[in-house]
Ligand binder design. Structure first.
Ligand code: TPP
Ligand code: SF4
Ligand code: MG
Length: 275
């Protein structure tokens, strides 16, 4: 007898922003006609870290803060998979922050969706590194400051059509081998830190600004800093490296692991350590 896995109902509170992230991801997977058996969703620890249970794709619940290296390993091991890492701001920007910087730098070609609600929702509302009113981290600015980054966007669950478009664009970027696709989503926790009213007032849609050029890294950085000083939060496609279109980040799994084919490069590396 064969058994088919059935996705479970989300366990989130009514009104949680994470429902919107899941809807956008399910919609994007459908738009791109990506088969579920070729999709792997890896999640961190947190309320956000249960999203993989609801989608009917392959799922993996990573250690707290370790979703990025786990996803990178999955991407390297199986080039046929569409790999999507997902998690919260606590998982990604606190305990997992070291991995984020190096993933920006190394550009493995998978998608990472961070559900930012400014707190640790699962453990009942402690401040995360993005809690407004505290000294905060802006992961969009951090990503722009790493010169290797290729795709940076921010969505908002109150703008569902745009969020679905951004999710589709991120998945497309990564699936075409253009590099790491980073999508932060403003996804409020209505139970412990209801930021819907303040984020509605502060969000500013760069997709709707004809004068904004998302292929100009310096201009993007300046604009985001300026907006931050005005207490405005940019959403939309923030940056896409134009050079990434003509480049492909080769999945190591696609190259030979036959030992004989690596002798020369091995000897080269070893020779650098000889006196
Ligand atoms: C190693 C470790 N440290 C701490 C915790 C406790 N813990 C569980 S979830 C979490 C943070 C969740 O916040 P976030 O990632 O923002 O997800 P959210 O619940 O807000 O969606 C923490 C600190 C843990 N599970 N493991
Ligand atoms: S506690 Fe907050 S983040 Fe967690 S499910 Fe409820 S509303 Fe969502
Ligand atoms: Mg959180």
């Amino acid at each position: 007898m064969t058994a088919t896995y059935r996705p479970v109902e989300p366990i989130w509170c009514a009104g949680c922003g994470h429902f919107g992230v899941e809807a956008a991801l399910a919609g994007a997977l459908a738009d791109l006609v990506i088969p579920k058996h070729e999709t792997l969703v890896l999640a961190g620890i947190g309320c956000s870290g249960t999203i993989q249970n609801n989608l009917g794709a392959y799922g993996y619940h990573a250690l707290h803060g370790r979703v990025l290296p786990t996803a990178a390993g999955a991407w390297e091991a199986n080039p046929d998979l569409t790999v999507i890492a997902a998690g919260g701001d606590g998982d990604g920007y606190a305990i997992g922050m070291g991995h984020l910087i190096h993933t920006f730098r190394r550009n493995p070609s998978f998608t990472y969706i961070v559900m930012n609600n400014g707190i640790y929702g699962l453990t009942k509302g402690q401040n995360s590194p993005t809690r407004q009113g505290t000294a905060t981290i802006d992961a969009i600015l951090l990503g722009l400051s790493v010169l290797e980054t290729t795709f940076i966007a921010r969505g908002f669950t109150r703008a569902p059509d745009q969020l679905r478009r951004l999710t589709t664009a991120a998945l497309t970027h990564a699936r075409e081998g253009r590099g790491f696709a980073f999508l932060e989503v403003l996804s409020p926790c209505v139970t412990y830190n209801d930021t819907y009213p303040v984020w509605e007032a502060e969000q500013l849609d760069l997709d709707a600004d004809d004068g904004y050029d998302p292929t100009d890294r310096s201009a993007a950085f300046t604009r985001v800093v300026d907006l931050q000083s005005q207490n405005r939060i940019p959403i939309g496609l923030i940056y896409r490296d134009p050079a990434a279109e003509s480049r492909s980040f080769v999945n190591p799994a696609a190259s030979s692991i036959e030992p004989a084919s690596h002798v020369e490069s091995y000897m080269d590396v070893m020779s650098r350590y000889r006196i």
